[in-house]
Ligand binder design. Structure first.
Ligand code: F6R
Length: 365
């Protein structure tokens, strides 16, 4: 069932324009140009005092991006924690709180335990899951399904971008219900979301250029990923993808944290991957990049045309992504970081679909 692909991971990366398109079609209304929720998913967004998000791994990073969206569009305070921490820390939860649980498999033990804790503490639970028959789906009050289809590769790719798509639509809904997002602004955001699958196809055309970086990256012992704002979780995700399938040590950092420690690591041997669409924090990220360059760091910059023109720094490579509205950029920028990890691991001869020590669904804590 891999079709013409060498690995499920490659197939699933390439399926993203289609499955993100399918998912966004279920969460947007063509006639009005606004977001909508599938039947049965009703949340009283207006009554909420707070949202708590919990998840593990890549699904957790989707939650980190969603925090930006909910805060920006709906002005709701969002708290987020990995499920293995959340479930044990005896967190006080508001009476009018919503718990959003994110999971591809719907069977992750810690995430399920976090869900049960939230329910016991009076939260309404909305889950974003890919498997509608899963334990997490069954135990939630409402389910917002991702329509990624079965994901076989252990490293999550298409489920992640579908999670982001659903979370984006949820945040728009919340913004509308709470009166903090006007209809014209919501329409503009829906337009931006609808543009993503086409832009993903364009991004995939950069695959050869990304593959060409694999040889160089494969020689690294450590790789740093930097990003700011919604690109910070993409730095975390890029680092996770690379380490889990290539076994190269990689860390994602908030770009502004660089000078608080990790800059000590920088020399010619440490590639630094900067995820920086030309958004409102672009200049800040670029000044962090200059600090890296000044210490001999070798930079791979993932940006857009405007970003590439304004960066004004010599990089080892610049991957120029199509222009996209900054708020949806994380959904698009997932692709180059996935492709970079994939090609590096394949170049190194690793088993990308079945990395050592990892299971697709972590049903033990
Ligand atoms: C990373 C990866 C894992 C999962 C995590 C949660 O590529 O796949 O980090 O994201 O184990 O799994 P789900 O989403 O099934 O709860």
């Amino acid at each position: 069932e891999k079709g013409n692909y060498r690995h499920f991971m490659a197939k699933e990366i390439h399926e993203q324009p289609e499955v993100v398109g399918r998912t966004l079609a279920a969460y947007t209304d063509m006639a009005s140009g606004l977001s909508r929720l599938p039947d049965g998913v009703d949340v009283d967004w207006k009554a909420l005092s707070r949202i708590t998000i919990t998840a593990c791994g890549t699904a957790y990073y989707a939650g980190l991006v969603a925090k930006y969206w909910f805060e920006r569009f709906a002005r709701i305070p969002v708290e987020i924690d990995v499920a293995s921490e959340f479930r044990y820390r005896d967190a006080p939860l508001d009476e009018n709180g919503l718990m959003i649980v994110i999971s591809q498999s719907g069977e992750t033990a810690d995430t399920l335990a976090g869900l049960r804790y939230a329910k016991e503490h009076g939260q309404r639970v909305l889950s974003v899951v890919n498997v509608p028959t899963s334990s997490i789906a069954r135990e939630s009050h409402a389910v917002a399904q991702t329509l990624a289809g079965p994901e076989i590769g252990v490293a999550s790719t298409k489920a992640f971008t579908c999670q982001l798509t659903v979370l984006f639509a949820l945040a728009l809904q919340a913004g509308r219900a709470r009166g903090s997002l006007s209809e014209p602004n919501e329409r503009a955001m829906v337009d931006a979301l609808v543009s993503v699958p086409g832009l993903m196809n364009e991004a995939i055309r950069h695959e050869a250029a990304i593959k060409a970086l694999a040889r160089d990256l494969s020689k690294a012992r450590d790789v740093l990923y930097l990003g700011r704002g919604p690109s910070y979780p993409m730095a975390l995700e890029g680092a996770l993808k690379l380490k889990e399938i290539s076994y190269i040590h990689a860390e994602g950092y908030a770009a502004g944290e660089l000078k608080h420690g990790p800059i000590a690591l920088i020399d010619e041997s440490v590639p630094v991957i900067v995820v920086a669409p030309h958004d409102e924090v672009f200049e800040k990220t670029i000044s962090n990049m200059q600090e890296v360059a000044a210490r001999g760091g070798r930079i791979i910059l993932i940006t857009d045309q405007k970003g590439a023109e304004e960066a004004g720094i010599e990089t080892m490579a610049t991957i120029v992504m199509p222009d996209v509205a900054p708020m949806v950029a994380p959904i698009l920028y997932a692709l180059p970081v996935q492709m970079l990890a994939y090609h590096t691991a394949v170049f190194m001869g690793k088993d990308v679909d079945q990395p050592r020590n990892l299971a697709k669904s972590v049903t033990v804590e």
